[in-house]
Structures are given as C-alpha cells and as structure tokens.
Design a binder for this molecule. Structure first.
Ligand code: SAM
Length: 251
C-alpha cells in the first residue's frame, strides 16, 4: 500500500515551476579535471534523507584543528554560478562550513577548480535543485546563514513565477535557520529587490536587521563586508546599475 503523502511530498509533486532551466553549457578542460579529481571529495550526492553534517565536513574540521565537540557554523548558498563570491567568502571565513547548491555543471566545475587553486576545505557542493535539498536534507534549525546572491531575475512578467525568492521558499528556509541566524540576498534588479523585501518582511520568523541600524536605506542593508564585488557586479555598477542587499535575522 502506498503511504499517505506528507505535505512536503505533495508540494513537491505539484511543484512543476523551477527557478532554473538546465543549460547544456560546455565544461572547460580545467573544470572537467576539477570535477574528476576533486568531485569525489567535495561533491555531496543529493539524497532523500537528512544530511549527516559531521561526516560531510569531517575533513574541514580536521583542517582547522577543531574537534567535533564544537560544530562549525554552517551557511547554505543557493545558486553560486561560477563560484567567485563563494570561494572568496569561504577563504575569508575558514572556520565556517558552506553547503553550496548549483545546477549548472560548468559552474560546479568552476567552483571545484577554485577549491583546488585556493586549497579550501570548508565547501561542499550539492549539484542539485536547492529546493529539493532544503526539503529533504536539511532539518529545522541547522543553518547559521543563507546566501542568495543575484538570483535569476526572470525579467519578463510571464516568467516572474520562476523567481526563486517567493513566500513558499522563505517559509521553508526560515525554520531551518537557527535563532539568530541570517538570510542575506542581493540583487541588481530593482523590482526583484522590492519583491524580496516584501516576501522577507512578511515572514513572521524573520526580522529586518537594517531597519533600525540604517533607516535611511528603507529596508535595504549596506553590503556586508564578506560579500565581494564580483566582475559581473562591477560591470553593472560602472554602467550605473544599482545593487540591493537584504539581511534578515531569524527570531
Ligand atoms: C544569475 S546566477 C547568479 C550566480 C552567482 N550567485 C553570482 O552572484 O554570480 C543564478 C544561479 O542560480 C542557479 N539556480 C537557480 N535556481 C536554482 C536552484 N533551485 N537550485 C540551485 N541553483 C539554482 C542558476 O543555475 C544560476 O547559476
């Protein structure tokens, strides 16, 4: 007999609109080499059960001389692209672990290549739809932070429904943050920034950290020190485009 579906499996069966279209981008020889040589150590296979965080980051714990009694903070990143910001932040915060989801194979190869070049120990990659990773692999209150940088804006009105940051996703993410943990989003698309601000503000488990500290920014936050200006962002800024950071805390 088939067991009754849980609310999460029902939601999954009905969720046909994804926030990405799987592109068949070519991997370079360097990315391919990184996938072959470093993939076995740094790629976490997607699974339909809770992730064993201690086992997943055992190497990282040893590399920083920590013992398993004091767990290292864990940040989830959704959609790291080519991994430029990811590698920068992981190098800056060696005692924090990063669980990074991306569905674009060349991007996964590119981040693995950076991991090798920069000798990083604290990143694990799940090359899978982050929404399913959240649903199945992450229990409540397991995350210290969430990074979502420049999610696809899906500009055209008929594609807006594909945007990653919408209330149902935030309702899944907020309980997975520890109390005091944060979610940090950044976008260069003003109308998406307004949508993100609204969605995060409406989530009862989240509080906008910028409102009291920077009332002049009308809910947006100054760029946190750890987020680098990537090549893509610099190009946009030179063209006069804006960038909006949003940082909310789990209450
Ligand atoms: C516009 S890119 C931004 C990349 C990077 N964060 C940056 O700042 O350059 C958005 C990325 O999110 C990825 N993405 C979108 N939805 C995703 C999902 N549900 N799970 C994992 N990755 C996703 C896409 O494949 C794409 O590479």
């Amino acid at each position: 007999m088939t067991p009754d579906p849980t609310p999460e499996t029902t939601a999954l069966q009905h969720r046909v609109i994804r926030s990405f279209v799987k592109r068949t981008g070519r991997t370079t020889s360097g990315q391919h080499k990184a996938l072959t040589e470093l993939g076995p150590r740094f790629l976490l296979p997607y699974q339909e059960s809770t992730l064993d965080f201690v086992a997943a980051y055992a190497d990282s714990t040893r590399a920083t001389g920590q013992n398993s009694i004091k767990p290292q903070p864990l940040i989830l990143e959704i959609g790291f692209g080519m991994g430029e910001a990811t590698a920068h932040i992981a190098a800056l915060l060696p005692e924090t672990n990063f669980l990074c989801c991306e569905v674009h194979d060349p991007g996964v190869g590119a981040l693995l290549k950076r991991i090798g070049e920069q000798d990083l120990h604290n990143i694990r990659i799940c090359a899978h739809d982050a929404v399913e990773v959240i649903d199945h692999m992450l229990p409540e209150q397991c995350l210290d932070g969430i990074h979502i940088f420049f999610p696809d804006p899906w500009h055209k009105a008929r594609h807006n429904k594909r945007r990653l940051i919408q209330s149902p996703l935030i309702a899944k993410l907020a309980p997975r943050l520890k109390v005091g943990g944060y979610i940090h989003c950044a976008t260069d698309w003003q109308e998406y920034a307004e949508q993100i601000l609204q969605v995060l503000t409406e989530e009862p488990l989240l509080k906008n950290t910028a409102l009291a500290a920077h009332p002049e920014l009308q809910g947006y936050a100054p760029k946190p020190y750890y987020r680098p200006l990537t090549k893509f962002e610099n190009r946009g800024l030179k063209l006069g485009h804006g960038v909006w950071d949003l940082v909310f805390e789990r209450v």
